[in-house]
Design a protein around this ligand. Structure first.
Ligand code: SAM
Ligand code: SF4
Ligand code: FES
Length: 349
C-alpha cells in the first residue's frame, strides 16, 4: 500500500493497522511531507487555527521514583529540590490567569509531601481566584485521591505511559509497574477527567514496532490530549550516554495521532523545541494545537531540570507569553480564547 492510500484510509476511517502505521513512521521525502501536511489539514478542519496556551506550574522537584531518563529521579544527588507552598502555587496560578492563560497545569515529581487534602485545597483556592481549567500532572495516586481531586474541581489529568514495551518499562522504571500505570489512566478516564497520555520517543532499545504499539495504545486509551516528546539524555542519569530521540519521528507520530484521534488536543512540546530551534513551530505545522509555556519564576525553572538545555530557562513568564504569541501569529494561527477543552472530550461527554 502506498503512503497516499494509507493517508486516505486514515482520513476516512480514523483507524490503521500496525503495518500501515509503521509505513507512515518510515515515510521519507515527499511521502513524509504529505503525512505532515495531511495532519496539518485535518488539524485545521477539526480543531481550527486556534493554538491554546497552558500555563505550566512546576510546583515540586522532589520525586520518589527513579525513572532512568529523568533528571528529577530520586537517585540524582545533584538535583536541586524545591517545594512551592500552597499560597505560592495559588498566587502563580492567579498571575497566569492575569497574563491571559485559561488553563494551568500543576506538575511535579511524584511527591507525597502533598497530601490529598493539600492538593484539594490548592485546587479549590485556584478556582476561587482564577477562572481557569486545572490540569494535574503529578503521577500515580490511588483511585480515592484521583476522585477527591476531581470533586475538588480539577478538570484534566496528564500522565504518559512513556513506553508500551513492558520489558523496557520495567527496565527504565525500577519499582514501578506498567499495569499499575494503565490502571491509573483508566481510573482517571472513568472519573470524567479529560485524559492526557503519551510516550517518549527514542528511549534506548525502543524499536519502530514499539512506537507503532505506543500509537495504538494512545488510541485504545481514547486519550483526549496526547503528549509525545523526544527523549533527551540527562548527564546525571543512567541513560546519560544514550542518543537523543528523533525530532522527525516525533513529528510523524504527532501527525499520525492527529489522523487517528482528529479532535484531540496535541501539544508541541518543550522537548521538541529544545532539540530543534524550530521544533515547536514544526510540531504546530504537523498536527499540534497546544503550547505549554512555563509560568514559574526563573529560580524554579532552573531547578526543575528533567533534561539539559531546556528552552526558555532564562526567560521570564511575561517574555515567554509575548514570544509564544508571536510564534503563533507568524504561523498564520491565533491564540486560543477560552479554556480550550478537547473536542474529543466534549464529544464523549
Ligand atoms: N512525575 C510526573 C510523571 O512522571 O507523570 C509528572 C512530571 S514528569 C517530569 C513529566 C514528563 O517528563 C514525563 O512523563 C516524561 O515523559 C518527561 N521526561 C522526563 N525526563 C525526560 C527526558 N530526559 N527527556 C524527555 N522527556 C522527559
Ligand atoms: Fe519522577 Fe516523573 Fe521524573 Fe519519573 S518522569 S522521575 S515520576 S518526575
Ligand atoms: Fe519562552 Fe520563546 S517561549 S522565550
Amino acid at each position: 500500500m502506498k503512503v497516499k492510500e494509507i493517508l486516505e484510509k486514515a482520513y476516512h476511517e480514523r483507524n490503521l493497522v500496525k503495518d500501515e502505521i509503521k509505513l507512515l513512521l518510515m515515510a521519507e521525502g515527499e511521502d513524509r511531507d504529505l503525512l505532515l501536511e495531511t495532519a496539518d489539514r485535518v488539524r485545521k478542519e477539526r480543531v481550527g487555527d486556534e493554538v491554546f496556551l497552558r500555563g505550566l506550574i512546576e510546583f515540586s522537584s522532589y520525586c520518589k521514583n527513579d525513572c532512568f531518563y529523568c533528571g528529577l529521579r530520586r537517585s540524582n544527588q545533584n538535583a536541586q529540590r524545591y517545594r512551592m507552598q500552597e499560597d505560592e502555587i495559588v498566587e502563580v496560578a492567579k498571575r497566569a490567569y492575569q497574563m491571559g492563560y485559561h488553563t494551568v497545569v500543576l506538575q511535579s515529581g511524584e511527591d507525597m509531601y502533598y497530601t490529598k487534602d493539600m492538593l484539594c485545597s490548592i485546587i479549590k483556592k485556584i478556582k476561587m481566584v482564577a477562572d481557569v481549567a486545572i490540569t494535574l500532572s503529578i503521577g500515580e495516586r490511588s483511585y480515592d485521591e484521583y476522585k477527591a481531586f476531581k470533586d475538588a474541581g480539577a478538570d484534566r489529568f496528564l500522565m504518559r505511559f512513556e513506553t508500551s514495551n513492558k520489558k523496557l518499562y520495567r527496565k527504565y522504571h525500577p519499582g514501578m509497574s506498567f499495569e499499575k500505570r494503565i490502571d491509573c489512566l483508566k481510573w482517571i478516564k472513568s472519573l470524567g477527567f479529560e485524559l492526557g497520555t503519551g510516550f517518549l520517543i527514542g528511549l534506548p532499545e525502543q524499536t519502530l514496532d514499539d512506537l507503532v504499539q505506543d500509537i495504538i495504545l494512545v488510541k485504545e486509551l481514547d486519550a483526549d490530549m496526547i503528549g509525545i516528546g523526544p527523549f533527551i539524555p540527562h548527564p546525571q542519569t543512567p541513560l546519560k550516554d544514550a542518543k537523543e530521540g528523533s525530532v522527525d519521528l516525533t513529528l510523524k507520530s504527532i501527525a499520525i495521532l492527529r489522523l487517528l484521534i482528529p479532535d484531540s488536543n496535541i501539544p508541541a512540546t518543550t522537548a521538541l523545541g529544545t532539540l530543534d530551534p524550530y521544533g515547536r513551530q514544526k510540531g504546530l505545522k504537523s498536527g499540534a494545537n497546544i503550547v505549554m509555556p512555563n509560568v514559574n519564576s526563573l529560580e524554579y525553572k532552573l531547578k526543575y531540570e528533567l533534561y539539559p538545555g531546556k528552552i526558555c530557562i532564562n526567560e521570564d513568564a511575561t517574555k515567554c507569553r509575548g514570544c509564544i504569541e508571536s510564534i503563533i501569529v507568524s504561523l498564520g494561527r491565533k491564540v486560543g480564547q477560552g479554556k480550550g477543552q478537547s473536542r474529543h472530550y466534549k464529544k464523549d461527554s
